[in-house]
Ligand binder design. Structure first.
Ligand code: ATP
Length: 217
């Protein structure tokens, strides 16, 4: 009998810049959901928002610096390197092809990102390639009454207990609780351009990178 394969967390974002909210979400997911590793995938050209404040190269470099001390974290440069816009469904197709049909893949999202799913390209197909795990985020709620109808229906249909992630490679929706951190990249950029301190919001090597490369001024 073949051994079940370990689950891989996939964590996409603009990471403009990466901060402790992102890192804590990934670490909590790793532990709570039994993920073998978490792969951070910075978006190259995010399709749902304006041009990021920092280039893909800088956002990738910051993601690498922020994750370097965690052996379970890795950074995937493919979306930054790609010429086309960063659609998650295309990334999942690529990874499923590369990693084979059996490995559980778990797409990690904060609840704000989850609520925006109906605007994503081919969003109902995401479950054909991965599970989705949603973390709480201050200011947002997973209350079905406040969700778009089609998302509420999908949530009801797909919702499962965390142990479902290991029993099949894709298709389940789970929630996990992280220490609430009201940190956002927007707030970090605004603070920095106003000349305020960013200490204790993001890892020191990222802070240092921002100041050496004069980002977000
Ligand atoms: P911005 O303020 O520029 O929109 P952001 O801080 O929301 O940025 P993103 O790179 O857009 O960061 O987010 C990537 C993923 O991380 C999304 O799924 C988002 O929900 C999640 N996330 C970001 N910050 C937090 C946080 N503080 N708590 C929980 N989830 C978060």
């Amino acid at each position: 009998m073949t051994q079940p394969e370990h689950a891989l967390g996939l964590f996409g974002g603009t990471f403009d810049p990466i901060h402790y909210g992102h890192l804590r979400l990934a670490e909590t997911a790793r532990e709570a959901l039994g993920l073998e590793r978490v792969r951070f995938i910075p978006a190259g050209r995010p399709p749902h928002r304006g041009t990021p404040g920092a280039s893909g190269t800088d956002r990738l470099a910051m993601a690498r610096l922020a994750t370097a001390d965690n052996p379970a974290f890795e950074v995937d440069p493919a979306e930054v390197d790609a010429a086309q816009a960063s659609f998650t469904i295309l990334t999942l197709e690529r990874l499923r092809l590369a990693l084979g049909p059996h490995r559980p893949l778990v797409l990690l999202l904060g609840v704000d990102a989850f609520l925006g799913l109906p605007g994503w390209k081919r969003w109902t197909e995401l479950f054909d390639f991965a599970h989705i795990a949603v973390a709480n985020r201050p200011g947002y709620s997973l209350d079905a009454a406040q969700m778009p109808t089609e998302l509420a229906a999908l949530t009801e249909q797909r919702q499962a207990a965390p142990n479902a992630l290991e029993t099949r490679p894709h298709g389940a929706l789970v929630q996990f609780a992280m220490t609430p951190l009201a940190i956002s990249a927007t707030d970090i950029r605004t603070r920095h351009s106003a000349g305020h301190s960013l200490r204790y919001l993001l890892p020191p090597p990222v802070l240092d990178y921002i100041s050496r490369h004069q980002l977000y001024l």
